[in-house]
Design a protein around this ligand. Structure first.
Ligand code: PLP
Length: 402
C-alpha cells in the first residue's frame, strides 16, 4: 500500500533540504555523516576503508580510548548494567551520578553541580528554566545554537550583542530597564572561530548591571588554564561565573552536560528543569567515564602542554601558508575558504589526501566566511600536523584560496 504525497509546507521543507544535499552529493562535495569504522590510535581513523589523519575532532586532549577511562566504564557496566531505572528525580539516580557531580563541582571550584544527558539539553533547559517573560537575556551573536534555542524557549527578551564586542554589550545593558531581571550568556571559546571571550570585562559588566552570568565551556574544559580547569583559570579569576556550563562530550570522552554554581541554584534546577525531571539519567558507563576523565586531566598535565604546543604549531603554520584563521587562539582553527562551494571543494581535495577535515558553511557562519573548521589535539605528532598543513596548502593553491 502506498500513500499519496501531501503537498504542504512540511513537504516543501523536506524537498528544499534534500535538494541541497543531492546537489552536493552529485558534485562529489558531500562529506557529512561518514561512518568511522575503526580508531587507529588517538589521531587516526579508518573511513571508507582508508586510514586518515583526524583533524575534525573535539577530543582535544586525545582521551578517547584512554585505558583508565575505558576501565571505569566497563566496571560501571559490570556493577550497574547499561541503563538506569529512569529519570534522576525518581529511580534513576546512582551513586555514580553523585560522585560525578561532586567531581565536577570541585574541578570547577563551585559549591555544587548538576548533570544532564546532553550539552544541548543542558543549555535549553537551564536558560528556559531560569528566565521567563519580561526578563532580558543578552547573548553573543556567535553563541552556540543550544544557547540560542534556550533563549528563545525562555520567552525572555532576546538581545544579541556583536561578537565579543563588550562595548556593544554595555550599550545594550544600559538600554534595558534597570529593574529588569537580566542574564548575560557567552561561549568561553567560540565553537566556529576558536577565539576566547573577554571574561574580566564581561564579569565587570554583568556585576554592574546585576545580571546573572552564564558561560558555556564546551571548548575550554581541558583546553584553557594551566591545569585545564577552563576560562576562570585562564584569566586567573576565582569563581566569578554564576552559571558554569560545560559538556561531557568533547574533551571529556563521554556524553552529557553540566552546570556548576551555587548550591541553591543547583538544587532549584534539580526540582524545576524539565530535562532533568523528564529525561532519563546518564547511563552508568558514561557517568563513570566522565568521572574518571576529570581525574586524568589533572593527573596527566603533559596532555595540556602538548595541546598548547600543537595548537601553536597549527595556527602559526596555517597562517604562514597564507590562510586567514580569524582570531583563533585555541585548538579550533578556522581555515577560511570564502564561498560554500570553495569550502566543500577544499574538503574534497584534503580528504582525497587522507586528511579528515570538514566544512562549515552558511548559515552556520556568515556568507563569505565558509571554512574548514580544523582542529588539532594532544594526540597529534608534530610531523602529522606538518603533513596535514602541507595537504591543506596544496589544496588551497589548486583552488585559488591562497
Ligand atoms: C557541542 C556544544 C554544545 C552541545 O553539547 P553536546 O554535549 O554535544 O550536546 C553546547 N555548547 C557548545 C558551545 C558546544 O560547542
Amino acid at each position: 500500500m502506498s500513500f499519496s504525497r501531501i503537498e504542504d509546507n512540511v513537504t516543501k521543507r523536506i524537498d528544499a533540504i534534500l535538494e541541497r544535499v543531492r546537489m552536493a552529493q552529485d558534485a562529489d562535495l558531500y562529506y557529512y555523516n561518514q561512518p568511522i569504522t575503526e580508531l587507529r590510535g588517538g589521531a587516526r581513523v579508518l573511513v571508507r576503508g582508508r586510514e586518515m589523519g583526524m583533524f575534525a575532532s573535539y577530543s582535544y586532549l586525545g582521551l578517547i580510548g584512554h585505558p583508565k577511562i575505558n576501565a571505569a566504564a566497563k566496571a560501571a557496566i559490570d556493577k550497574y548494567g547499561t541503563g538506569t531505572h529512569g529519570v534522576r528525580s525518581l529511580a534513576g539516580t546512582l551513586e555514580l551520578h553523585q560522585q560525578l557531580e561532586d567531581t565536577i563541582s570541585s574541578f570547577k571550584n563551585a559549591e555544587a553541580a548538576i548533570t544532564y544527558t546532553s550539552g544541548y539539553a543542558t543549555n535549553l533547559t537551564v536558560v528556559s528554566t531560569m528566565l521567563g517573560r519580561h526578563d532580558y537575556v543578552f547573548s553573543d551573536k556567535l553563541n552556540h545554537a543550544s544557547i540560542v534555542d534556550g533563549c528563545m524557549m525562555s520567552g525572555a527578551r532576546f538581545v544579541r550583542f556583536k561578537h565579543n564586542d563588550l562595548d556593544d554589550l554595555q550599550r545594550r545593558l544600559e538600554e534595558a530597564p534597570a529593574s529588569a531581571t537580566k542574564m548575560v550568556i557567552a561561549d568561553s571559546v567560540f565553537s566556529m572561530d576558536g577565539d576566547i571571550i573577554d571574561l574580566p570585562r564581561i564579569v565587570e559588566l554583568s556585576r554592574k548591571h546585576n545580571a546573572w552570568l552564564m558561560i558555556d565551556e564546551a571548548h575550554s574544559i581541558g583546553v584553557l588554564g594551566a591545569t585545564g580547569r577552563g576560562i576562570e583559570e585562564h584569566y586567573g579569576m576565582d569563581d566569578v561565573i554564576d552559571i558554569k556550563m560545560g559538556t561531557l562530550s568533547k574533551t571529556i570522552p563521554s556524553v552529557g552536560g553540566y552546570v556548576a554554581g551555587k548550591k541553591d541554584m543547583i538544587n532549584f534546577l534539580r526540582h524545576a528543569s524539565r530535562a532533568y525531571i523528564f529525561s532519563a539519567a546518564l547511563p552508568p558507563a558514561q557517568a563513570a567515564a566522565a568521572n574518571a576523565s576529570f581525574q586524568i586531566i589533572l593527573e596527566e598535565p603533559e596532555r595540556m602542554e602538548r595541546l598548547r604546543a600543537n595548537s601553536t604549531q597549527f595556527i602559526e603554520g596555517i597562517k604562514s601558508r597564507g590562510f586567514d584563521t580569524l582570531f583563533t587562539e585555541t585548538a579550533i582553527v578556522p581555515v577560511v575558504c570564502g564561498t560554500d562551494e570553495l569550502a566543500y571543494a577544499m574538503t574534497r581535495e584534503v580528504q582525497n589526501k587522507d586528511v579528515f577535515v570538514l566544512p562549515v558553511v552558511s548559515p552556520a557562519v556568515p556568507e563569505g566566511l565558509s571554512r574548514l573548521r580544523a582542529t588539532v589535539t594532544a594526540a597529534h605528532e608534530p610531523d602529522e600536523i606538518e603533513h596535514a598543513m602541507d595537504v591543506i596548502a596544496e589544496a588551497g593553491k589548486k583552488l585559488g584560496v591562497i
